[in-house]
Design a protein around this ligand. Sequence first.
Ligand code: DX5
Ligand code: ZN
Length: 217
Amino acid sequence: SIQAKIGPSILNADLANLAAESQKLLDNGADYLHLDVMDGNFVPNLTFGHPMVKCLRNNIKDAFFETHMMVCKPEQWIPQMADAGVNLYTFHIEPVEDVAKVSRMVQEAGMKVGLALKPGTKVEEVQKYMDVADLVLIMTVEPGFGGQSFMADMMPKVEWLRNNYPNLDIEVDGGVGPKTIECCAKSGANWIVSGTAVVGASDQRQVMTDMRGVVQR
Ligand code: DX5
Ligand code: ZN
């Protein structure tokens, strides 16, 4: 059966204190860390790459790391991210010519495969890759920035996936917090990314526990 997992996005955390901020989230019950990698090209913003992920891994030995690759050439960073200790390599299918091939490269490097879809991408686009995908990420904002409003009109994509793939791990990302979690859970999402709603909360543990409870019930 599917499990509810809460993965804080550290995009809007204090990046100069990333190890401490990440450890605090984990101590407060985060199930995994969602690391937003942006190249200033696939999205109009820049964050960090594998050197920083590797440093974070050196500080945090046992947490599950997902990298959300918002880059034009996800095939370019597979060995580096595997070496940096990434567990789940989630990349956007939009700029990739041969998604099946890149997915196999990710698996051969020892990471799980996540396929990410921008709001404008039809969910049926992932259908032909479902034999290689460990997880599908339905973006609920245009990728690029934290703190945007949740797009409820993405929920039919989540519902379609849940109906067709009852055991699939389905992730939502963008504007997800206590106010929007009900909608995500009802549609069938079980991996929940939450940035500003968790990182900025006065009681991170409470927010994550509440959201997990809504998804798991
Ligand atoms: C947006 C990123 C998200 C974002 C989530 O491009 O992929 O992970 O940081 O932040 P919130 O929850 O604030 O929308
Ligand atoms: Zn993300």
